[in-house]
Design a protein around this ligand. Structure first.
Ligand code: PCA
Length: 326
C-alpha cells in the first residue's frame, strides 16, 4: 500500500494524464463521395495517415468514402456548419452558388494538365476567398481526368446525342445535355452504377477513372476521348476546427496537404492512360472523336464560355485574362 501522499500524487497524475490525453487527441471526420479505391480517395487516405504520423496520433482523420457520411452535394455545407470537420467536394457541383465554381465545368477552356494547373493558379485566390467567407479553408485541390463521352450507341456528331438519356453530375454537364438536345438526369457518382444498370441513363460525360470505378463497361461500350475539360476536387476544412488545433498540429496538417496536392496532380496524370487501358481491357471501345463531333462539342464549349463570362463579369474576365497570359 503506497503512502497516502504518494497515492494522492499518483491519482492526481492519472487524472492529469487522462485530461491531457482527452485534450491532446482530436478526431476529425472527412466526408468524400468517391470509392475508396479511386486515386482521389487513396490520396486523401494517405494525407490522413501522414497527419496522424506527423502528429504522433494527436490528430486522427477518419475518411468516410463513397458518400457514406454525406451525399456529394451536401458536403460543402457539412464542412461549413462543422457537421464534418473536413470534406472533399467537386468544385463544379456548386456552380449555382457562384460562377467561380462554374469555371471548373466550362468545356475547352483548359483541356490538358498543364492548362488545368494554370487555370487553377489563375482562379485559386478567388475560390479561396469565396470559401473563406463561409468559414472554410481549402487544404488541397486535385484534378480528375479529361472528360469524354460515354454512350451506348456510336456517336459521330452532336446530332447523334439528340433525345438520349444523359447523366449529369453538375449544372455544366446538364447544360451540355441541353445544348446537344439530350435529356439530362442529375445523378452523383455513388448512384451511377445503378442508374446505368437499370437503363435510367444511356450516356454521360466524365473521366476514364469514373467509367472504370462505376463498371460502366458492363453496359456501355463506347468512350469518346473528347478531352473537353478537367474538373477538380477540393479538400476543405472548417476554419474553426483548424484554428482549434495547437500550432504544431496545424502546421502538420498544412504540410501534409501541400504534399497531397503535389502527389495528387502527379498521380492523376499518370493514371489517366492507365484507366483508359483498363477500360479497353474490359471491352470499352476508346474512340478518338470524329472531326464533326469534336467541332460540335467545341461549339458547345464556346457557348458556355461566353455564358460564363457574362455571368462572372469583370472578375471572371480578369481570371480568364490571367489564365491566358501565362
Ligand atoms: N468523375 C466525377 C466527376 C468528374 C469525374 O471525372 C463524376 O463523374 O461524378
Amino acid at each position: 500500500m503506497p503512502h497516502p501522499s504518494t497515492r494522492t500524487a499518483l491519482l492526481a497524475f492519472a487524472g492529469l494524464s487522462l485530461a491531457f490525453a482527452a485534450q491532446a487527441q482530436t478526431k476529425w471526420d472527412l466526408a468524400n463521395a468517391y470509392p475508396a479505391t479511386n486515386y482521389h480517395t487513396e490520396n486523401i487516405t494517405q494525407f490522413a495517415k501522414d497527419v496522424e504520423a506527423a502528429t504522433g496520433g494527436k490528430l486522427k482523420i477518419a475518411v468516410h468514402a463513397n458518400a457514406s457520411l454525406f451525399k456529394a452535394p451536401e458536403i460543402k455545407r457539412a464542412v461549413q456548419s462543422g457537421q464534418a470537420q473536413a470534406g472533399e467536394i467537386l468544385l463544379a457541383n456548386y456552380a449555382n452558388e457562384n460562377p467561380i465554381y462554374a469555371l471548373d465545368g466550362v468545356p475547352f477552356l483548359a483541356t490538358t494538365y498543364p492548362e488545368a494547373r494554370k487555370l487553377y493558379e489563375a482562379s485559386r485566390a478567388a475560390t479561396e476567398k469565396l470559401l473563406a467567407a463561409q468559414g472554410i479553408k481549402v487544404l488541397f485541390v486535385v484534378p480528375w481526368a479529361p472528360q469524354g463521352i460515354y454512350a451506348k450507341k456510336e456517336v459521330n456528331s452532336a446530332a447523334d446525342l439528340k433525345g438520349i438519356k444523359w447523366r449529369a453530375y453538375s449544372p455544366a454537364t446538364a447544360r451540355i445535355a441541353e445544348l446537344v438536345n439530350a435529356q439530362p438526369v442529375q445523378i452523383q457518382q455513388a448512384e451511377l452504377s445503378a442508374a446505368i444498370a437499370t437503363g435510367l441513363i444511356e450516356s454521360y460525360m466524365s473521366s476514364a477513372s469514373t467509367g472504370y470505378d462505376t463498371k460502366t463497361f458492363e453496359h456501355i461500350k463506347n468512350f469518346y476521348d473528347v478531352q473537353a475539360w478537367i474538373p477538380k476536387n477540393a479538400i476543405l476544412v472548417n476554419i474553426k476546427a483548424l484554428d482549434a488545433l495547437d500550432a504544431p498540429t496545424r502546421d502538420a496538417v498544412l504540410k501534409a496537404a501541400a504534399q497531397a496536392e503535389a502527389r495528387g496532380w502527379k498521380v492523376a496524370e499518370e493514371k489517366n492512360a492507365e484507366y483508359k487501358r483498363l477500360l479497353a481491357e474490359r471491352g470499352m471501345k476508346i474512340h478518338t472523336p470524329s472531326a464533326t463531333l469534336d467541332a460540335d462539342m467545341r461549339k458547345v464549349g464556346a457557348t458556355m464560355q461566353a455564358d460564363w463570362l457574362k455571368a462572372a463579369g469583370t472578375d471572371g474576365q480578369a481570371i480568364v485574362d490571367a489564365y491566358k497570359r501565362h
